[in-house]
Design a protein around this ligand. Structure first.
Ligand SMILES: [Zn+2]
Length: 313
């Protein structure tokens, strides 16, 4: 039984996950970055003890998925937007000494990619890319059951590949990154800018709300959805041209409305991927639901310490 820790910008979730990828107990608390790392670490330890007690199982290892950047090889937290003061802290070292078990950490998109590859929609795919579209765009690449790593263990930032150099300013300081055009907030910003004075729907227009309006037939929302699907398609076409993967698994909050986007995504890919067998790259939807992050964190431990199981998955 592996304990899983999911460190996000707003909450830290903890749970126990069995060898089949089932979450058997869970608990969570706000990240509360301002209270400091020591406070968060003490809460993680307390939640781990609680969840282990609830499950009636001993913790035999701990897997962590965390919003990045983090160093998966040393366990050190990098310059993370949500908790900049935690830089240089090391939850792998701290939880390992607190519980006397092996601990591994990965970027949360890599953790979710491992989960889908091992226990989800990407099972048995030799070359798999997991893409999550929410407030940002993240991705993890799995080759033969193993996580692709860049130099020094670096995590590739596929959300910041260039789609349109004349596009909007991205959080990273560049213009026209995939994330700046196709993440949820990009949809909201476009809609806010286009919304006419007497638009019948007021209030904040989240990506989810825009998708609801589009499904009800609102013409402007439908235009926003088409635009979103086009930019999603361009980024996915790049991934297919670069990697010709067996499958791309799509997750994240925006992809809950995937049914609205898939036709345009497929057309965009067919138009852009002239020289690769794009029709052989399956587009699948993430299948692990709300527990995906915890399942991913547990998978991080299996991938690191049971590699033969990871590669069979
Ligand atoms: Zn960027």
């Amino acid at each position: 039984m592996i304990a899983a820790v999911d460190i996000g910008g707003t909450k830290i979730a903890v749970g126990m996950v069995d060898d089949n990828g089932q979450v058997v107990s869970r608990t969570q608390s706000p990240t509360d970055a301002g209270a400091g790392y020591k406070n968060a670490c003490a809460r993680m330890e307390e939640m781990l003890r609680d969840t282990s007690r609830t499950a009636g199982e001993k913790i035999t290892g701990i897997g962590i998925g965390s919003t990045g950047p983090i160093d998966p090889l040393t366990g050190e937290i990098g310059d993370v937007k949500f908790f900049p003061a935690w830089r240089g802290e090391n939850p792998v070292r701290d939880l390992s000494s607190g519980f006397g078990v092996t601990v591994a950490i990965e970027n949360d998109a890599d953790a979710a990619a491992l989960a889908e590859a091992g226990w989800g929609a990407g099972r048995d795919k030799k070359r798999l890319i997991y893409v999550t579209v929410g407030t940002g765009i993240g991705a993890g690449i799995i080759l033969d059951g193993r996580l692709y790593r860049g130099v020094d263990g670096a995590h590739p930032e596929i959300g910041h590949c260039l789609i349109d150099a004349s596009g909007p300013l991205c959080e990273c300081g560049f213009h026209g990154c995939w994330e700046s055009l196709a993440a949820g907030p990009a949809m909201s910003t476009w809609m806010e800018n286009q919304r006419p004075q007497h638009y019948p729907h007021d209030g904040p227009l989240s990506a989810q709300r825009i998708c609801e309006l589009a499904a009800e037939g609102d013409p402007l929302a439908k235009e926003a959805v088409d635009r979103e699907a086009h930019y999603l398609g361009l980024g996915l076409a790049n991934l297919i041209t670069l990697f010709t993967p067996d499958a791309i698994v799509l997750g994240g909050s925006v992809m809950k409305s995937a049914a609205l986007f898939l036709d345009t995504i497929r057309k965009t890919i067919a138009g852009a991927c002239r020289y690769v067998p794009f029709e052989k790259s399956e587009l699948a939807l993430a299948s692990l639901g709300e527990d995906a992050n915890l399942i991913g964190a547990a998978r991080v431990w299996h991938h690191r310490f049971h590699p033969e199981r990871g590669s069979r998955a």
